[in-house]
Structures are given as structure tokens and as C-alpha cells.
Design a protein around this ligand. Structure first.
Ligand code: CA
Length: 223
């Protein structure tokens, strides 16, 4: 799960970024409106958490431009108390949800998960490929009924692969999605992590689910 937070108040962004990372999310932060818009239009995110009052360019204007250009990324607007008009305008402009400051991290996480489920068309928090089952809410992974212990990074990588079985994901896509954009693209962390994941998920099974596509990247086997 990759989240963009557009927020200029350091006190809020610090606690949100830390909290979401602890939950295993990849989080990118933009601290003003212009930067937020550039991030939102140049990368793909699962959810954008967008403050309304921002220096440079306000959240509503960013939202408006995104929707106008056909970008349907789920957006949670963050409003200060008393910004009721803005909140209504935001929902009219195509915001998916809103939160009023101050908010609890748990509440934000619940909203993000709900939006993500809605946008990926799944009502349950389970993903399955063959005999591999991933529970997104408990983060439990089982292969043929046996519990598979994964690190946060391995879990995020597996989740990303499982989201689109059969589709080849390049190393760059994986790097951006699972590690975040500020990682050196020449690093081999993706290959190393895939190897570790394979050892845990595929070793000892006849069917290997994580496939290498030579010269292109990796994909989850399609049933
Ligand atoms: Ca603000």
C-alpha cells in the first residue's frame, strides 16, 4: 500500500508518516500544494491524504485538477474544524472521504483500508492465489494451510504481486511501490527480497507462484 500525504503541518505529518510506516505502508510526504500536485500526477498511489489549507496551492484545487484529468485515485480530504463549506465542495469535486482535524491515527487507517478495499473491488480483506492465502487485516500468510512468517517488507512485496496475478511488474515498479521513490534504482534490494520471499513461500512446493520474467521483472503466477 502506497500512500501520499500532502500536509504542511509538521506536527501532523510527523505522526501520520510514522504511524502509517509502522503499519507497513509506504508513505511519501509533500509539504506544499505544488509539490503535492507533482507527486500526485507523476506517481501512482493507492490513496492520497490531502490537507485543504496548504501553502502554494490548496487541496481543493489539486483535487479538482486530478479529477479533471481523469485521475481516479482515492482521496481523503483533511479539513480543519469549521471548514464545512470546503468539505462539501471537496465531496462535490470527487473526494472519497474526509477527516476533521484533530483525528486519531486509527481512524485514518480505517478510512484508508476501507477506501482501498472499495477501489480494488474487494469486500473482504483476503487475497488468494492457488493455495496461498493472505489476510490483509491480520497480515497472516498461509500456504497450503501452513503459516508463513514474513517481514513487513516481504509482506508488502507479496501483497503487491498478488494484486495482479499474471501481470509482469518491473523492478522499478516494485521498488517505487514497496520501497518508495527515493530509493536508488540501481540497487538490487528487489531481487534480494524476492529471493527471500520465494524461500518462504515457494520452497518445498511443486507449484512455484513467484515467477521471474527474464529481462522484465517478476509476476505472480496466474491460476
Ligand atoms: Ca494545512
Amino acid at each position: 500500500m502506497k500512500v501520499l500525504l500532502v500536509e504542511d503541518e509538521k506536527k501532523i505529518s510527523d505522526f501520520v508518516v510514522r504511524g502509517l510506516k509502522e503499519q507497513g505502508y509506504v508513505v511519501e510526504l509533500a509539504e506544499d500544494g505544488e509539490d503535492g500536485y507533482i507527486h500526485a500526477t507523476s506517481q501512482s498511489y493507492d490513496v492520497i491524504v490531502l490537507d485543504i489549507m496548504l501553502p502554494g496551492r490548496d487541496g481543493l484545487s489539486i483535487l479538482k485538477s486530478l479529477r479533471k484529468s481523469g485521475n481516479t485515485v482515492p482521496v481523503i480530504l483533511v479539513t480543519a474544524r469549521g471548514e464545512l463549506d470546503e468539505r462539501l465542495e471537496g465531496l462535490n469535486l470527487g473526494a472519497d472521504d474526509y477527516l476533521t482535524k484533530p483525528f486519531y491515527l486509527d481512524e485514518l487507517i480505517a478510512r484508508i483500508q476501507a477506501l482501498h478495499r472499495r477501489s480494488s473491488g474487494k469486500s473482504l480483506s483476503m487475497m488468494q492465489v492457488g493455495d496461498l492465502v493472505v489476510n490483509l487485516s491480520t497480515r497472516e500468510v498461509r500456504r497450503d494451510g501452513e503459516l508463513v512468517e514474513l517481514t513487513t517488507r516481504e509482506f508488502n512485496l507479496l501483497e503487491y504481486l498478488m494484486r495482479s496475478p499474471g501481470r509482469v511488474l518491473t523492478r522499478t515498479q516494485i521498488l517505487e511501490h514497496v520501497w518508495g521513490y527515493d530509493f536508488d534504482p540501481s540497487t538490487n534490494v528487489v531481487d534480494v527480497c524476492v529471493q527471500r520471499l520465494r524461500k518462504k513461500v515457494d520452497a518445498g512446493h511443486d507449484v512455484h507462484l513467484i515467477e521471474t520474467v527474464r529481462g522484465a521483472g517478476y509476476r505472480m503466477r496466474k491460476e
